[in-house]
Design a binder for this molecule. Structure first.
Ligand code: NAP
Length: 283
């Protein structure tokens, strides 16, 4: 029978740990604080902001919403981030992307101090993930994938892991994080030959493709543990992952659902990293 790796279970365990750490920090006079920087009025950003606000409240992380108009200049945005870097009462900064196309996103994201880069967007944080050092933080989504695998007790050492998708936000960093845990990692993408066989041969599959239900029964095999990062909306308006859940269920050993899997854990990982940033700021 296929085990459904529900994000809610991971969130509950994470939240309890985070709340305990927040209590310790509060006792030392520190309130872990996340600044959320939003440019414009994108619906996705607003709904994530709302969800993050609720999760933060639950665990005792304070949120400061920094709202900038869609027409904000690049220099004004850079100044805003520099002000947050200099503000000792802010421990972490989440900057929604993509930014408007006229803004040089590479310049803006790299202005953020790596100590406050709780969603791993700076080159320095990514270098930390690749080097396996504690510079900055890992991006929250890849970190959520690893958190789920570890929470449910799946050992990565010596396992064959296939990551489908090589973006800088998900695929590449999660591949490095699995490698750092001694998995043997294949990073697959749109030019990978024999993708079906490559995926079917894996013990662990991380799907980060952005194509609704692409990984169907032809890609999956018995005994696999599947983490579905994909968030896609079908023509009928249903929210589905990159894995064909109906075919996976009954075949693979375990799979994360969409919704209710990686996405929900990502927000708690964000809170965990804000609290870590606050701890690092006081030692
Ligand atoms: P992305 O930047 O569009 O990257 C997609 C990757 O998939 C690319 O590397 C691309 O290969 C590969 N790909 C596309 N079509 C393929 C195919 N037919 N066969 C094999 N590989 C293929 O996407 P992303 O930002 O990484 O996001 C991936 C998915 O995760 C999306 O559904 C997104 O909504 C979701 N997501 C979820 C969360 C969360 O918290 N759960 C967070 C972020 C993203 P090439 O490089 O060769 O083009």
């Amino acid at each position: 029978m296929t085990r459904i790796l529900k994000g809610a279970e991971v969130v509950e365990a994470l939240n309890a740990r985070i709340a305990a750490e927040v209590e310790e920090l509060n006792a030392a006079g520190v309130v872990p604080t996340l600044a959320i920087v939003r440019v414009g009025e994108r619906g996705d950003d607003i709904s994530y902001e709302r969800g993050a606000g609720k999760r933060a409240e639950k665990v005792g992380v304070a949120v400061r919403n920094v709202l900038l108009p869609a027409e904000v200049s690049e220099d004004a945005l850079v100044s805003q981030i520099e002000a947050l870097n200099a503000d000792a009462s802010v421990h972490g900064v989440l900057l929604f992307r993509p930014l408007p196309v006229r803004i040089n996103e590479e310049r803006v994201r790299n202005v953020l101090a790596s100590a406050k880069d709780v969603d791993g967007i700076t080159d320095l944080s990514l270098a930390g993930v690749f080097a396996g050092t504690q510079t900055g933080f890992a991006p929250c989504t890849p970190a959520a994938c690893v958190e789920i695998l570890e929470h449910f007790g799946y050992r990565l050492e010596g396992k064959n892991a296939v990551v489908v998708g090589r973006s800088l936000v998900v695929g590449k960093p999660v591949a490095m994080m699995l490698l750092g845990r001694n998995a043997t990692v294949t990073l697959a993408h749109s030019r990978t030959a024999d993708l079906k066989q490559v995926v079917a041969a894996a013990d662990i599959v991380i799907a980060a493709v952005g194509r609704a239900e692409m990984l169907n029964g032809d890609y999956l095999s018995e005994g696999q543990v599947v983490i579905d990062v994909g968030i896609n909306v079908t023509e009928q308006g249903a929210l589905v992952g990159d894995v064909d859940f109906a075919h996976a269920e009954g075949t693979v050993a375990a799979i994360t659902p969409v919704p209710g899997g990686v996405g929900t854990v990502t927000t708690s990982v964000l809170m965990k990293q804000v609290v870590q940033a606050a701890r690092r700021s006081v030692v």
